[in-house]
Design a protein around this ligand. Structure first.
Ligand code: NAD
Ligand code: MG
Length: 402
């Protein structure tokens, strides 16, 4: 069998997802060629990845970082062209020689290049859920119009993708869940490190405790989002766009073992699930190799070691971020963009010790109430909503009574 070599750009190559992607690629050098790698602050790590993979391009945020990287690559990757700035991210996401883009920048900073990759008709491996939370309608239209191939990498959405009927999952905008015989999407959530903590004790938790996830090893922002359950809220919005699913057909199920990555309930009563060890190399490899399967280095799931699988209802009183996300999705317009931006500001403030963990939902709610119905009909209006939400949330922080 002749193997089609895939040519890849990794946006956010130095992060948790980026590093796992390079790990999977390294196991199959004959099948994958890295064309471009991008990073922001961890220049040493980016330099090492460039030396290992010899990409044609490396992208960093500014000229100072570009000079540093250039210096580190001079002897060991002299053919790598170092670029900088947001335009360079878009450029490497749309290169004609690239067929596959891993979108693994964290936060709304990842949206423009991810959208550009979709508009250019690439295979988009979507880890950056914030793109869908911020600009889901525009992004899905771009995928449909360009014929881009969209493969979800977030483990829950990847699990759902794997157990959906093929015709539906590849073109969800052509039909509805009901027409495909589906009654519900069951999105599993580990419950994070504070699943069993009392409401009274949550205001005392520290950033160190919040980023210590019981099952997954991830970047800082998504780890805090998992602790507040905002991550699940963002994932509800993500599922809404990816699978053309109304909020009423998405149910969050707390499952502390993180073995069942999500499920689909069909109208005949069947529930199909995807199971595996909690290791992001599984969904990453699925996206890279689709429709084939490749080896990932992940230890096979040992059900005897797992022993039991538990399921619980989420507690919206202790985790109000989840309710805020459902409410923003129901509000429509730019409400989810406002939610996302306010959350990014709140998480950064919590990580730097400015606010308490329990202030995160308070700040988000205040921002949402201050900006009730901003339009979401263009990329400009969404970026304006994102900017406005950051301004309001920062102002609230400055006069913080929370
Ligand atoms: P991370 O913090 O480990 O890495 C983020 C990457 O983005 C780094 O390469 C960093 O250099 C880059 N970056 C940060 N700010 C940037 C900016 N302003 N401009 C350009 N690049 C920037 O994050 P992660 O955990 O790898 O998550 C990446 C994305 O994948 C997030 O959207 C997250 O929600 C999603 N995701 C992650 C996991 C996981 O297990 N880590 C699982 C599901 C989804
Ligand atoms: Mg997830």
């Amino acid at each position: 069998m002749t193997v089609q070599v895939r040519h890849i750009t990794i946006l956010g190559a130095t992060g948790s997802i980026g590093t796992s992607t390079l790990d999977v690629i390294s196991r199959h050098p004959e099948q994958y060629k890295v064309v471009a790698l991008t990073g922001s602050s961890q220049i040493e790590r980016l330099a090492k990845a460039c030396i290992d993979h010899q990409p044609a391009y490396a992208v960093v945020l500014d000229e100072q970082a570009a000079d540093r990287l250039q210096g580190m690559l001079a002897d060991h990757a002299p053919d790598t062209c170092v670029l900088c700035g947001a335009d360079a991210l878009t450029r490497v996401a749309t290169l004609p020689e690239v067929d596959t883009v891993m979108a693994a920048i964290v936060g709304s900073a990842g949206m423009p290049a991810t959208l550009a990759a979709a508009r250019a008709g690439k295979r988009v491996l979507l880890a950056n859920k914030e793109t869908l939370v911020l600009a889901g309608g525009l992004f899905m239209n771009a995928v449909r119009d360009s014929g881009a191939e969209l493969l979800p990498i977030d483990s829950e959405h990847n699990a759902i993708y794997q157990v959906l009927p093929i015709a539906f999952r590849e073109h969800p905008y052509r039909t509805s869940l009901a027409a495909a015989g589906i009654s519900k999407l069951l999105l599993t959530a580990s419950g994070g490190p504070f699943r069993t903590r009392s409401l009274d004790s949550l205001h005392r938790v520290t950033p160190e405790e919040a980023v210590r996830h019981p099952n997954w090893s991830m970047g800082q922002k998504i780890s805090v989002d998992s602790a507040s359950m905002m991550n699940k809220g963002l994932e509800v919005i993500e599922a809404h766009w990816l699978f053309n699913a109304p909020a009423s057909q998405i149910q969050v199920v707390v499952h502390p073992q993180s073995v069942v990555h999500s499920m689909v309930e069909y109208q005949d009563g069947s529930v199909l699930a995807q199971l595996g060890s909690p290791d992001m190399r599984i969904p990453i490899a699925y996206g890279l190799a689709y429709p084939h399967r490749i080896e990932t280095g992940v230890r096979p799931l040992n059900l005897f070691e797992v022993g039991r699988l538990d399921f619980e209802e989420p507690d919206l009183q202790r985790f109000p971020c989840l309710a805020l996300a459902f409410a923003a999705l129901e509000s429509g317009g730019a409400a989810t963009a406002v939610l996302n931006a306010a959350n990014e500001i709140a998480v950064a403030a919590f990580l730097s010790g400015q606010i308490r963990f329990t202030d995160i939902p308070v700040l988000i709610e205040k921002t949402l109430s201050a900006l009730p119905c901003l339009p979401a009909d263009s990329i400009e209006s969404l970026l304006a909503a994102d900017g406005e939400a950051r301004r309001v949330a920062s102002q609230e922080l400055a006069t913080c009574t929370c």
